[in-house]
Design a protein around this ligand. Structure first.
Ligand SMILES: Nc1ncnc2c1ncn2[C@@H]1O[C@H](COP(=O)(O)OP(=O)(O)OP(=O)(O)O)[C@@H](O)[C@H]1O
Length: 229
């Protein structure tokens, strides 16, 4: 079944702290993301971008309002339901989060081994194919410590996309990279996402990559401002 929206958020509010220390972090967020769409979220530090990204990624519980992933409501979802949703999402973080004791291929393969329907052999061959796609065919057996920042981030992209997720969430994916590597990394994300019809939400302060976006949204003081494009 084709889903019109990957993400559909309505009147979402989120808070940190308890009782008198409770403070509202997100205010009346309304947002949709469609298949294949590349969305960039910008905004000042502390405006709530990461909080929203982690809610969308099923990494924390929704407190008020509605957040649907495909047709599944995440408000009130159990831990098991959130774990199931996370299987359809790829995550790319600033600090790539590769496991240092695994090679590039093993890091990518590990993400497929969470899927019970994928055999070890399929996981192996699909990981190799994905590392080809990010042009690391000559570095499959390298450990992260022997790769450059851009190469590590390409392994992280391969790991996020190897299971053909419906959505990729990327938090500052270019922050640790020089301008050329940053550009290569987002171009690659854009190309692979279009091939797989996967939506991407990128949180970034990096103005040099804004042109890859189909839509740009801006968060300020916990509220989503009008779209820039
Ligand atoms: N675990 C927490 N407990 C209490 N307050 C928190 C917690 N995490 C974040 N906050 C607060 O929530 C607000 C939003 O933080 P968030 O990390 O979502 O912002 P951000 O826009 O991603 O910032 P940055 O660009 O610096 O990463 C900030 O005021 C922050 O201090």
């Amino acid at each position: 079944m084709e889903h019109k929206f990957i993400i559909n958020i309505k009147n979402l509010n989120q808070y940190f702290g308890q009782k008198t220390l409770r403070s509202q972090i997100l205010f009346d967020i309304n947002l949709t993301i469609k298949s294949g769409e590349i969305m960039i979220m910008t905004g000042p530090s502390g405006s709530g971008k990461t909080t929203l990204l982690t809610l969308i990624g099923g990494l924390r519980s929704v407190q008020e309002g509605s957040l649907k992933f495909l047709d599944r409501e995440l408000h009130g979802a159990t831990n098991e339901q959130l774990v199931e949703v996370r299987r359809h999402i790829g995550y790319i973080f600033q600090a790539h989060n590769l496991l240092d004791f695994l090679t590039a291929r093993q890091n990518v393969q590990m993400s497929l081994e969470l899927h019970k329907d994928v055999s070890k052999w399929e996981a192996y061959t699909q990981s190799e194919a994905m590392l080809h796609a990010v042009k690391l065919e000559n570095h499959m057996n390298y450990y992260p410590s022997d790769l450059s920042g851009g190469q590590k981030q390409r392994v992280a992209i391969a790991r996020a996309l190897v299971s053909h997720p419906k959505l990729v969430l990327a938090d500052e994916p270019t922050a640790a990279l020089d301008s050329k590597s940053g550009r290569d990394v987002v171009s690659l994300m854009q190309q692979l996402a279009k091939e797989q019809n996967c939506a991407i939400l990128i949180v970034t302060h990096d103005n040099r990559i804004l042109d890859v976006a189909d839509r740009i949204i801006c968060m300020e003081d916990g509220r989503l401002n009008k779209e820039i494009s």
